[in-house]
Ligand binder design. Structure first.
Ligand code: RET
Length: 279
């Protein structure tokens, strides 16, 4: 058995059972899909910026920034996968490449370190807070967002080598996560005050999308153990499942979220225009 230390569980599977053609390719394809969507998203947010009032355009700009950073990091993540495992014709499977890198999900975490504060910040440019102070919510979003990611980043190194540490860092990260959820609910509730039913509906959808997509990340963190400590996901299914989960989560939390915020901004822009026409 090779000594893999604090490597992610993907490497442990790749060093022992190896990956079937299907598992290897599905992972590679879903990683590729991930960065392709980010580039397409970039185009969308640039092309639609003129559809909203000037005061909402920061939302499109932040989506575009998120797209660029996600594209670059997901591109690196996809390359990391193909560098880490190679086909062994004598065994008919893919195994850890002795001359390559180890696979590590850390690229994603560093990407979130940029994107999470941006995504949280973004909604503050579209909604109007009625009670809370912009700067206070912004600072809390940034602080808890960064702390959630940093603690999770540390924890993920221990997912095989030291499970208690893995769960403790994960639990600390979850505390910051709950703080973010609570803040976001507050922002959305305040944002609903005094806007059209259509705008309120979009905000409700944003909340559901936010809740579901953000919960996928801790799900992917825990993926190898979701079927039990040595359960049915501590194998190539868990490896593929984790990358699919991350990709679905990324598309929802960055791209679809940005599109919904853009729609909300458009609704709020028209409402204002109609009001100004009516005097
Ligand atoms: C971690 C560690 C385990 C516990 C929790 C986590 C939460 C991660 C989240 C990430 C969201 C990322 C987004 C990225 C978009 O670009 C760090 C996996 C709770 C919620 C939205």
């Amino acid at each position: 058995m090779q000594q893999l230390g604090d490597a992610n569980f993907e490497n442990y599977i790749g060093a022992t059972e190896g990956f079937s053609e299907m598992a290897y390719q599905m992972t590679s394809h879903v990683l590729t899909l991930g960065y392709a969507v980010m580039l397409a998203g970039l185009l969308y947010f640039v092309l639609t910026i003129k559809n909203v009032d000037k005061k909402f355009q920061m939302s499109n700009i932040l989506s575009a920034v998120v797209m660029v950073s996600a594209f670059l990091l997901l591109y690196a993540q996809a390359g990391n996968w193909t560098d880490s495992f190679t086909f062994d014709a004598s065994r008919g499977k893919y195994f850890l490449n002795p001359d390559g890198d180890l696979f590590n999900n850390g690229y994603r975490y560093l990407n979130w370190l940029i994107d999470v504060p941006m995504l949280l910040f973004q909604i503050l440019f579209v909604v109007t807070l009625t009670k809370s102070k912009f700067s206070s919510i912004r600072n809390q979003f940034w602080f808890s967002g960064a702390m959630m990611i940093i603690t999770g980043y540390i924890g993920q190194f221990y997912e095989v080598s030291d499970k208690p540490l893995f769960f403790i860092w994960g639990a600390v990260s979850t505390l910051f996560f709950f703080h973010i959820l609570w803040l976001m609910k507050k922002v959305i509730n305040e944002g609903k005050e005094g806007i059209s039913p259509k705008g309120q509906k979009i905000l409700s959808n944003i909340w559901v999308l936010f809740l579901v997509s953000w919960f996928l990340y801790p799900g992917a963190y825990l993926m190898p153990y979701l079927g039990g400590l040595d359960g049915f996901l501590y194998n190539e299914s868990g490896v593929v499942g984790r990358q699919i989960t991350y990709t679905v989560a990324d598309v929802c939390s960055k791209v679809i979220y940005g599109i919904l915020l853009g729609n909300l901004a458009m609704t709020l822009s028209t409402k204002k225009n109609i009001e100004s026409v009516n005097g």
